[in-house]
Ligand binder design. Structure first.
Ligand SMILES: Cc1cc2nc3c(=O)[nH]c(=O)nc-3n(C[C@H](O)[C@H](O)[C@H](O)COP(=O)(O)O)c2cc1C
Length: 216
């Protein structure tokens, strides 16, 4: 049994839906191996993206290598920098992770990215990392459309911490009741079938990745 500390960041505004359930399942997998896990809902926190204050890059600055903008993200960033594992989970919005998740990635990674030859990481720990993406489109379409987005999103995480494991849930069930909304492009029956047959397998992948993070 391990005693690892893992933070899971839910970048969805919805606390019980697809992304949140993937987070919960990852957490349960990690907990089954003795990890201490905390899920943090980004939309509960009052923060914005990087303000370009450059306190994190100031010569002899007291906040060199650390984000110092005083808001509700700071205690979270401080905790994460000492963790063993980090999971970033986001729905895809308009072909990318959510705006909140992008703001979070800026604040988390930029201070650890040193403006020196080779851009060495000055993160205090090389955390194990994973990315969870949930999206409306099919796996086939995502494989055509999103490889560049995955790479771009994961670039800073890999540079400052480690190459993230990627877990995706495609074709997610988006509405409580499809009949209440104008939806012509998605078939309610197919969505329900996918939710009942495939989504439990996606949750299992997240659970297994949670176990795996404790082993790696
Ligand atoms: C504003 C908005 C934009 C979206 N854009 C996309 C998109 O570009 N591609 C996609 O596959 N799904 C898109 N979706 C669907 C969500 O990514 C998908 O339903 C996701 O699983 C929702 O996560 P949640 O259930 O945790 O909220 C969008 C949803 C919203 C609300």
């Amino acid at each position: 049994m391990t005693n690892k500390k893992i933070y899971i960041i839910n970048g969805s505004p919805r606390k019980n839906w697809n992304t949140a359930q993937m987070c919960e399942s990852f957490a349960n997998g990690a907990k089954s191996k003795g990890a201490e896990v905390e899920i943090i809902n980004l939309y509960d926190l009052n923060f914005k993206g990087c303000r370009s204050c450059f306190a994190c890059k100031l010569k002899n600055g007291k906040n060199f290598g650390r984000c110092a903008y005083p808001d509700e993200l700071i205690p979270v960033l401080d905790k994460i920098s000492q963790a063993d594992g980090l999971v970033l989970a986001s729905p895809i919005y308009c072909g990318d992770v959510t705006g909140m998740m992008r703001c979070f990635i800026e604040r988390l990674t930029f201070p650890f990215f040193e403006y020196k030859q080779g851009y060495p990481s000055i993160a205090p720990k090389k955390l194990k990392t994973a990315m969870i993406y949930t999206m409306n489109i099919s796996e086939e379409l995502a494989n055509q459309m999103y490889p560049d987005m995955y790479k771009r999103t994961e670039f800073m995480i890999e540079t400052v911490f480690s190459k993230p494991v990627r877990i995706c849930a495609y074709d997610t069930y988006q509405f409580d009741d499809y009949d209440k909304y104008v939806v012509e492009t998605f078939d309610k029956g197919k969505k329900l079938k996918h939710k009942e047959e495939q989504f439990p397998k996606d949750l299992q992948k997240a659970y297994d990745a949670g176990i795996d993070m404790c082993k790696r």
